[in-house]
Ligand binder design. Structure first.
Ligand SMILES: Cc1cc2nc3c(=O)[nH]c(=O)nc-3n(C[C@H](O)[C@H](O)[C@H](O)COP(=O)(O)OP(=O)(O)OC[C@H]3O[C@@H](n4cnc5c(N)ncnc54)[C@H](O)[C@@H]3O)c2cc1C
Length: 381
């Protein structure tokens, strides 16, 4: 059976996260950063100092040797304070660290894991192109062999944090004429490499996480830029997908819980017709449904974290957890907006920010439809 007892050590870490977030990035700071479209990068070195970014990595690389259960709890708690904090954790630990651990070379691990764990470097994953979204195998960005390395040409779009990440992990077609998932390789490109151009994409939400359109024109990198085996890029990407789906689910559960807490608080404090709106049964039932859905998503998340930690297969569970958690996040923020009404519609309200931010979660990292396709396939259909 899965044990739901949170180990004492992890409990202490969660308390420390509460104190750290209240000090480093309270709700008012989040409001201001969002309005200015700024990313609170200062949080990463602080997380590094607390050991959060070292949690799931082997001790031989300076990690703490904990498993994905601790990482999931930490991401959920960070998100309960600020969704962007869990997103930053993901940029360093999942896109960077877990990719390095899963298919990086020994030299890449030794060079990049220590600064990543200190919060000094983070990574962007460059997979999506204008013609390759859900069908990532439609990518056409190419990397051709040159003497001592690779020359990259193409475009990527919607790449989070690309303008500030020290490294872009770019999926490139390295076998001319190959199609779909074949002939793709992962290249680790330093962002300052000549030939890279970037423009920001204005968007509805997630304003602390800028999205970038990237041009890659005759970008040359050395042999050491190759992560994993040439031509096996999709296999490598698949090997880390459950980490990023678990991360996105943890982010969804944490923010969804905050939305429920805010809605309950409002229902207690707001009076109409001489009574708290929380005394109306219709509001009570709405809140009960919201909390119930968050609890369901959390249980799936803890089950997935346990499967990952114990090395069990989890393709179906990763898809269903991501799907349920992201749809729950949207559900509770939509109903939260109804409960808060005008108070939620003001730009200073946290609810409206989460409601806008939740829009991404049901298609980023694979849409709900694609998750249902995976689940159906795993069911033998
Ligand atoms: C804010 C933001 C941040 C992002 N960050 C990154 C990033 O860091 N790195 C990166 O590489 N990408 C990133 N993306 C891109 C993201 O991963 C894609 O948006 C996502 O994969 C969906 O692709 P698409 O938007 O092209 O939609 P499409 O693939 O065009 O899908 C449109 C609709 O068709 C449905 N659909 C498509 N195919 C099927 C099918 N076979 N069966 C059923 N339904 C289907 C989809 O579910 C969706 O509803 C980001 C996007 C956003 C908006």
């Amino acid at each position: 059976m899965i044990d739901f007892e949170i180990p004492e050590e992890d409990g202490a870490l969660l308390d420390a996260i509460d104190r750290m977030m209240a000090r480093e990035f309270p709700p008012q700071a989040y409001r201001e950063a969002e309005a200015r479209h700024e990313t609170p990068w200062h949080l990463l070195p602080v997380m590094g100092e607390m050991g959060l970014l070292a949690l799931p990595f082997p001790q031989e690389y300076g990690g703490l040797g904990k498993d994905w259960r601790s990482a999931a709890l930490v991401q959920e708690r960070l998100a309960q304070h600020a969704g962007i904090a869990a997103t930053l954790f993901n940029s360093a630990v999942t896109f960077g660290g877990m990719s390095l651990i899963s298919y990086g070379s020994e030299a890449q691990k030794r060079k990049l894991l220590p600064p990543m764990m200190q919060g000094k470097i983070w990574f962007s994953l460059g997979l999506t192109e204008s013609g390759a979204g859900s069908d990532a195998g439609g990518l056409i960005t190419s990397a051709r062999r040159i003497d001592g390395g690779w020359r990259i040409n193409g475009r990527k779009t919607w790449i989070s944090h690309a303008g500030t990440a020290q490294y872009l992990l770019v999926a490139c077609r390295t076998e001319a004429g190959s199609k779909g998932s074949r002939g793709v390789s992962m290249l680790l490109v330093p962002r300052e490499t000549p030939g890279i151009s970037m423009t920001v994409i204005p968007k509805v939400g997630q304003n602390c996480m800028p999205s970038w359109d990237i041009g890659l024109q005759d970008v040359e990198v050395g042999d050491d830029a190759l992560m994993g085996e040439a031509g096996q890029g999709f296999k490598h990407l698949m090997s880390t997908l459950h980490y990023s789906r678990a991360g996105q689910a943890a982010n969804s559960v944490g923010q969804a819980q905050r939305a429920v807490n805010l809605a309950v608080q409002h229902a207690r404090e707001r009076h109409q017709f001489g009574q708290a709106i929380g005394s109306f049964q219709v509001i009570q039932h709405r809140l009960a449904d919201m909390q119930m859905r968050v609890n369901q998503a959390r249980l799936l998340l803890y089950q997935l974290a346990w499967l990952i930690a114990t090395g069990r297969p989890c393709r179906l569970e990763a898809a269903q957890t991501k799907l349920v958690a992201s749809e729950t996040f949207q559900y509770v923020t939509r109903h939260g907006m109804q409960i808060l009404a005008s108070a939620g519609y003001a730009m200073e309200s946290e609810m409206q920010r989460m409601w806008r931010d939740a829009g991404l979660f049901t298609f980023g990292e694979g849409s709900s439809e694609m998750q249902r396709n995976i689940i159906a396939k795993e069911m033998g259909l």
